[in-house]
Design a protein. Structure first.
Length: 375
């Protein structure tokens, strides 16, 4: 059993050595998400669920509190223990991803979720897989007992391939692209030959194109691309309403509670949260939000200059890459620079699996950016 003194000492050392600016930025983003959950979901709960108007907000609050506990837990681990636990959890959630194909829950034509037994909620395995996927790939790419670097790339690709196959079969092309782009960013940072890198890039691009245009299961993506490129074709209702909301909000917004997008399209508080925020608070607030994200990225990348361990460098790059890529895709969809993907905005959007995944990623980042000490 741990004594109260040892527990106090652990938390004291954690607080003393954690990067407080990065922690502050993470908590700021989480509590901004909580605030927007309050203003964007209260009417949805009362109108559609005929229940407490703060239903989603209370649930979001509970998820963030759980997320902060996970964040602190993952940031407290010793680095060697963090890597071991992450690899074990990678295989656990990889098995869950496989099981989705057999016992998953189908929602709107996509089988991406699992229902846990008992009182535990529904979750999306790929969201919980992502943080540990990064640790797994970084560990492979930083192996010292393998001299042939191309063997490491092949091994990392063999980890990526089944994940992509299971995601594509759900189908979930948005997460498939996100995982693939994160993998590409990791092998690029690892020092790969540019010819080999672009060969990978072209191969993956050709593979996705073949899936979209020649496999019937993915024709819905073809229709989304077509409706995105030629707005007069297909169903662009959600994208059009999201764009209208941003335009109607202008620079300063219509005011808290004055927006209508959250009541006009489904999942506005997840997939179109940027449009909801822009309509009520204005484009200037979205710019401020983007500045916070970019400052967060800058603070993490700044730590890389003082880090000599390649595994830690790769994990940090992968963690921050997946966060910023997901944020850029989400914003791109909302302003119609990209076709609809159903991607949440990290820290801000409502969604249990997304919040937990982002919390774990944040805990890993805080762990690996702590000031080095000898305990």
């Amino acid at each position: 059993m741990f004594s109260n003194n040892s527990i106090y000492k652990s938390y004291y050392n954690w607080w003393k050595n954690v990067d407080k600016l990065i922690l502050f930025l993470i908590l700021t983003l989480f509590f901004l998400g909580l605030f927007f959950s309050l203003v964007s979901t209260s009417l949805i709960a009362s109108d559609k669920l005929n229940t407490n108007s703060y239903f989603f907000f209370i649930k979001h609050l509970g998820l963030i509190l759980l997320g902060i506990c996970l964040l602190i837990s993952f940031s407290l681990f010793e680095k060697s223990k963090l890597f071991k636990i992450s690899i074990i959890l990678f295989f656990v959630f990889f098995v869950c991803l496989i099981l989705v194909a057999f016992i998953g829950v189908e929602v709107r034509g996509s089988k991406r979720w699992m229902d846990l037994p008992g009182p535990l909620p529904r979750f999306q395995p790929v969201e919980l897989l992502k943080p540990f996927f990064i640790v797994m790939i970084a560990t492979i790419l930083s192996l010292e007992n393998k001299r042939n670097i191309y063997f490491k790339y092949l091994l990392s690709f063999l980890i990526l391939a089944p994940i992509v196959i299971f995601l594509a079969s759900q189908p979930d092309i948005g997460q498939t692209l996100l995982i693939t782009l994160t993998w590409l960013s990791l092998i690029f940072i690892s020092g790969i030959n540019l010819f080999v890198f672009f060969s990978f890039f072209i191969f993956i691009g050709a593979l996705f194109s073949s899936l979209i245009f020649f496999v019937p299961k993915f024709h819905y993506i073809q229709q989304r691309l077509l409706s995105f490129l030629v707005p007069n074709t297909g169903n662009n209702y959600q994208s059009e309403k999201a764009s209208e909301a941003i335009i109607n909000g202008g620079f300063f917004g219509k005011g808290i509670g004055e927006g209508t997008l959250k009541n006009r399209i489904p999942e506005a508080h997840t997939d179109y949260i940027v449009s909801v925020i822009s309509e009520e608070f204005g484009v200037l607030f979205i710019i401020l939000l983007m500045i916070i994200f970019l400052f967060f990225v800058y603070q993490v990348f700044k730590k890389l200059y003082f880090e000599n361990n390649n595994q830690i460098k790769l994990i940090l790059v992968g963690s921050i890459s997946i966060i910023i890529l997901q944020a850029l895709i989400h914003i791109g969809v909302n302003i119609r620079l990209l076709p609809t993907t159903g991607m949440t905005l990290p820290y801000i959007s409502y969604g249990g699996s997304s919040i937990i995944s982002t919390s774990i990623l944040s805990g890993i980042i805080l762990n690996l950016t702590k000031r080095k000490i000898n305990y």
